[in-house]
Each structure stands twice: as structure tokens, then as C-alpha cells.
Design a protein around this ligand. Structure first.
Ligand SMILES: [Zn+2]
Length: 236
């Protein structure tokens, strides 16, 4: 029989190992959910910095400890999300996890191929006009099935509607015969990010005006599903 002291020691090691299995250390930050008036004061650059800090925690496997009860209380009456994220429905790209975000922090719109249509753009406008959000992120990702289907000119039921929103932006890449299949897909995914941003700006006067005045920042990002890394994509 192990002595009680020895058993306690083993138990303590087990707890430390369980907590540290991903982080190699205890979670470093306790995030209780901020008073949302504070979130509203962030500049677009600060909002981006905050988002990227969350991604660093995700990559380091050191997510902040989230007090969901407090976050619910803080957001019960009002929300001021730090960023609008328009991204694909792909199961490997969950924005709340990738940016280590709590309740009320990011306003997420997900649709295959992160396409901009009147519903997507209307949702972005709502966040920008009524919730005071000053950062819009269009997040594309590696191995995107929707973009790949558009490259292959898939026509199938209602998926065709999605294809019609992606194909015009990548038509030069579809025709290109110099690139490998893999290069074509990566180029098309990155081109699609820019194309969807141009669609959003083209169809929304409100977003365009706020963007031009500097009141609003727009960021294109590419997420690598194989590594968890994010890279910023030029807007044009
Ligand atoms: Zn996708």
C-alpha cells in the first residue's frame, strides 16, 4: 500500500501534468470578459492587435481562462464585438478558438468560401453601424473545399450559387496552365480573399466610407489548417 503522502504526491503530479499537457505551464492569463464599454474604445489597430494576441495564445496552446458567467453578465444588455470575422464554414477554422475569444468579443459570419453576398454584407454592416465594431477580417484558409470546387467549376444543386460568387474572382487562375494543382488552389484561395473584400467594398457604401476615412480597418488573413499559422494578405 502506498502511503497517503506518496499518493498525494502522485495526485499532485497528475494534476500538474494534466494542466500542462498542452501548455507546459499553467494558463498564464485569466480573462473574465471586459466591460464592453472598454472594447468600444479600441482603435482599429488596437482591435487587430488584440485579435492577433489571441491567436498567439492559441498557437502557444495557452488559452486564457475564461469566466463565462462574468462574460455573460457583461454582455447581457449590450455587445461591442472587437472584430467582425467573415470566414468559411470549414470545421477546421473556428474563429472563437483560433483567436482565443470569449463571449461578446467577435462577431462571426460563416459561409462556405467566405463569400460576400447581400446577407453577409448586411451582417457586416450591422456590426459596423450598430455595434461600433471597427475591424473587419476576411479569413480564408488552406485546402478550402469551396474554392477548390470553384476551380473545378462544380455545378451541383445550391452549391452552384456559392460557385457563382467565387469563380469570377479566380477566372485567371482557372485558365492558368503553368501552376501545379496545389499552387493553383493556394493562389485561388488568396485571390478569393481579395476578391471578397473588393465585393464588400463595392456593394456597401457605408463600409467603403468608413474604410476610406480610417474609421474602419479591413484585414485579409490566410489560415494554414496544417500548422495553425495565420498570415496577413494584402488587400489588393
Ligand atoms: Zn473553406
Amino acid at each position: 500500500m502506498l502511503s497517503k503522502k506518496y499518493r498525494n504526491l502522485i495526485f499532485t503530479f497528475f494534476i500538474i501534468f494534466s494542466l500542462g499537457i498542452c501548455t507546459n505551464s499553467l494558463p498564464s492569463k485569466i480573462f473574465a470578459g471586459e466591460p464592453h464599454a472598454e472594447l468600444a474604445k479600441f482603435s482599429p489597430e488596437e482591435a487587430l492587435e488584440r485579435l492577433l494576441e489571441g491567436h498567439k495564445r492559441f498557437l502557444a496552446c495557452e488559452p486564457a481562462i475564461k469566466d463565462f458567467k462574468k462574460a455573460i453578465a457583461n454582455t447581457a444588455q449590450i455587445q461591442h464585438p472587437n472584430a467582425v470575422i467573415v470566414t468559411c464554414s470549414d470545421s477546421r477554422v473556428p474563429p472563437e478558438i483560433l483567436f482565443d475569444s470569449n463571449i461578446g468579443e467577435i462577431f462571426v459570419i460563416r459561409v462556405a468560401g467566405n463569400i460576400m453576398d447581400p446577407y453577409t454584407i448586411g451582417s457586416v454592416e450591422y456590426a459596423v453601424q450598430h455595434l461600433g465594431t471597427r475591424l473587419i477580417v476576411i479569413l480564408g484558409h488552406a485546402k478550402c473545399g469551396a474554392v477548390n470546387s470553384a476551380l473545378c467549376k462544380l455545378r451541383e444543386g445550391n452549391i452552384t450559387y456559392l460557385m457563382n460568387k467565387i469563380e469570377p474572382g479566380i477566372k485567371e487562375i482557372i485558365k492558368d496552365s503553368t501552376m501545379s494543382e496545389g499552387e493553383k488552389l493556394t493562389s485561388a484561395i488568396k485571390k478569393n480573399i481579395k476578391y471578397q473584400i473588393s465585393q464588400m467594398l463595392g456593394y456597401s457604401q457605408v463600409i467603403q466610407e468608413k474604410f476610406k476615412s480610417g474609421e474602419l480597418k479591413i484585414a485579409g488573413m490566410y489560415y494554414d489548417v496544417g500548422t495553425g499559422n495565420l498570415s496577413m494578405e494584402p488587400l489588393q
